[in-house]
Design a protein around this ligand. Structure first.
Ligand code: S3P
Length: 453
């Protein structure tokens, strides 16, 4: 069941060809970092294209509570930062709601400040493991004054008077952990080094360099990245135009591929290579995805994607591709359900510590709708049913997880019978326009309440 106090179920039905041109909201990872770094930098930053989802707004509220001035004028967000090293102790708890990225990056940011900060979140975030961030922060001098069993929220951190620069080898492929250590390194003397054996999204490195941090990345002969950051440098306000989120584009993209007769253009999608694993995989499955108007925006490659419905074939997704599509496995599983043959997804144990245990949430949702699948500790194998015959008629437990809700609403567009999700309220954390955007291209998705009117 959903653990929302006020669940809002939604249903999706087999749809005619999806048609039109849409623009997905700004990238969530870049939006969090834009507010964090702008709030920390000296002077003014201007941000356009910001994802105005609940998760990102919580990060904005946290930066405000620590002294940043953040104002919205139409589509532009203007931030007056405090200056590196000058965050103020927040008077109240920092409530991150559903947001893992916001909470973990902010723990890093404040972990080397001589102040007390208390982190709280919703039922989903309060179940997520925080040791991965607390361990390196302890090495840098932070004390954990309060944590719940298994190092979970609510957590209170007290930073040291003088933190220590460390060299830290990230034990799991996690951009959040890498980023937390680098952000903690901003407020200590000396060079903080993060060793990253498996490359994850590189927005923190790129954006910190853009804000003026002395940061360098070296990749050794084994492909291991060594990221070195000089602490206590000056960060200066920037102008940022956030490109569209490939993790949100994934939903209309898969919807168009699996809904017969579709032809959709998704504009302004970020194509940073650490984020494009899903597009590559769908192309290998036979997906008709064309890149239009490829251009560069703020140092990132972006393009418009033209997507037409396709007969997909099952594939094996290489395990080492997982970091570049980690948030996209739920919707890939939906594409796999409509493909010919089996799709194998190894090396995805990290899915178990997302907004929900996504591996089991996906497997349960598929089975509830007639899709056979095998769930292992760190893999999923999905059998495909081209045409969606016999599928649907199930209700999916979303466990407060936006990507589970959106993925299964996409499934219902191509199944013989409708698909219901028990709650869609949390979609607003990352993609507030999901319903209106999907409706605008002809997707038959609606709230259960609307249906009864
Ligand atoms: C993110 C990193 C990923 C991803 C999350 C956003 C980021 O998490 O799942 O949605 O912005 O750094 P992990 O670092 O846990 O892999």
């Amino acid at each position: 069941m959903s653990s929302s106090q006020n669940p809002h179920p939604a249903i999706s039905r087999r749809s005619e060809g999806l048609k039109g041109q849409v623009r997905v909201p700004g990238d969530k990872s870049i939006s969090h970092r834009a507010l964090l770094f702008a709030g920390l930098a000296s002077g003014e930053s201007r941000i356009t294209g910001l994802l105005e989802g609940e998760d990102v707004l919580r990060t904005g509220a946290a930066m405000r509570a620590m002294g940043a001035k953040i104002r919205q004028d139409g589509v532009t967000w203007t931030v007056q930062g405090v200056g590196n090293g000058c965050l103020l102790e927040p008077r109240e708890d920092l409530d991150f709601g559903n947001a893992g990225t916001g909470s973990r990056l902010t723990m890093g940011l404040v972990g080397t400040y001589d102040m007390k900060t208390r982190f709280v979140g919703d039922a989903s975030l309060s179940k997520r493991p925080m040791a991965r961030v607390l361990d390196p922060l302890r090495e840098m001098g932070a004390q954990v004054l309060e944590a719940q069993q298994g190092e979970r929220l609510p957590i209170t951190l007290q930073g040291p008077r003088h933190g220590t620069a460390i060299t830290y080898r990230v034990p799991m492929p996690s951009a959040q952990v890498k980023s937390a250590v680098l952000l903690a390194g901003l407020n200590v003397a000396g060079i903080t080094t993060v060793i990253e054996p498996v490359m994850t999204r590189d927005h923190t490195e790129k954006m910190l360099a853009g804000f003026g941090a002395a940061i360098e990345v070296e990749t050794d002969g084994n492909g291991v990245r060594h990221i070195r950051l000089q602490g206590q440098g000056r960060l200066v306000g920037q102008t940022i135009d956030v490109p569209g989120d490939p993790s949100s584009a994934a939903f209309p993209l898969v919807a168009a591929l699996i809904t017969e007769g579709s032809d959709v253009v998704i504009e302004n999608v970020l194509l940073n290579p650490t984020r494009t694993g899903l597009i590559l995989t769908l192309q290998e499955m036979g997906g008709d995805i064309e890149f239009l108007n490829i251009r560069s925006q703020g140092g990132e490659k972006v393009a418009d994607l033209r997507v037409r419905s396709s007969s997909l074939k099952g594939v094996e997704v290489p395990a080492d591709r997982a970091p570049s599509m980690i948030d996209e496995y739920p919707v890939l599983a939906i594409a796999a359900s409509l493909a010919e043959g089996e799709t194998r997804m190894p090396g995805i144990g990290e899915l178990r510590v997302k907004e929900s245990d996504r591996l089991s949430a996906v497997a349960e949702g598929l089975r509830a709708n007639g899709v056979e699948c095998t769930e292992g500790e760190d893999y999923l194998v999905v059998k495909g049913y081209p045409g969606g015959k016999g599928l649907g008629d199930g209700t999916v437990a979303t466990h407060l997880d936006h990507r589970i809700a959106m993925s299964f609403l996409v499934l219902g567009l191509a199944t013989e019978k409708p698909v219901t999700v028990d709650d869609d309220g949390m979609i607003a954390t990352s993609f507030p326009e999901f319903h209106s955007l999907m409706k605008s291209i002809g997707a038959r998705i609606q709230g259960k309440e609307e249906e009864q009117v």
